[in-house]
Design a protein around this ligand. Structure first.
Ligand code: DX5
Ligand code: ZN
Length: 219
């Protein structure tokens, strides 16, 4: 059986108690998903480098930083220094995804390439073996709590096939609208890392929510 990971997205956490929120899911989650938004690439602002720095001091979980920002190349080094384990940039925000992926890897961490749902899926396929993770947006980037886009199943399958054809170890992550209703189809279509914001942090028992999503996904 393919591995399956649930990655809680702290965008939906209560920021007034951020470390408590993270501690609540640490026992059940390997990856912590951290959404950075700049108000340019997406119509929203979230948080940046200091949050990664602060979380790094208190956890050894994999900090997976999702940059929804223009000019991501300017911010790679600061996010590396802050303690990121994976930095994911958007395909739409760079002219040279291979060079940017190599820059990230040159710091000894992993790279990811994210794809907007409006971007034809064919555009990411040449790069599946040039990065450690493909992040498929399954909602429009910018906000938590949206509904899963139905077109995503076929997009996940296309990326899964490209990875399997090239026999590379690149992981597929899916981001947006993943909950008890959609987790199984997303994993079934070929996703490895299921990002979940509201489904984890809007549930009073965050740890139980992570476990439940995992069980539904692989069940
Ligand atoms: C949206 C973010 C997501 C968000 C997902 O732009 O990239 O990571 O936290 O939230 P849910 O799981 O609530 O759709
Ligand atoms: Zn995200």
């Amino acid at each position: 059986m393919r591995e399956c990971f649930i990655a809680p997205s702290i965008l939906s956490a209560d920021f007034g108690y951020l470390m408590d929120e993270l501690k609540a899911v640490e026992g059940e989650a390997e990856y912590i998903h951290i959404d950075v938004m700049d108000g340019h690439y997406v119509d929203n602002l979230s948080f940046g480098i200091p949050i990664v720095q602060s979380l790094r001091k208190h956890t050894d979980k994999i900090l997976d930083v999702h940059l929804m920002i223009t000019n991501p190349e300017k911010f790679i080094k600061p996010f590396v220094d802050a303690g990121s384990d994976i930095i994911t940039f958007h395909l739409e925000c760079t002219d040279d995804p291979v060079e940017l992926s190599e820059l990230i890897r040159s710091y000894g961490i992993k790279s990811g390439i994210a794809v907007h749902p409006d971007t034809p899926i064919e555009l990411i396929l040449p790069f599946v073996d040039k990065t450690d993770k493909i992040l498929l947006m399954t909602v429009r980037p910018g906000f938590g709590g949206q509904g899963y886009m139905e077109i995503s199943d076929d997009r996940i399958k296309a990326v899964r096939k490209a990875i399997d054809d090239k026999a590379c170890k690149t992981l597929i992550s899916c981001d947006g609208g993943i909950n008890k209703t959609t987790a199984k189809r997303v994993y079934g279509a070929g996703c490895d890392i299921l990002v979940a914001g509201d489904a984890v942090f809007r549930n009073d028992d965050h740890a139980a929510a992570v476990m439940e999503l995992y069980n539904i996904a692989v069940g």
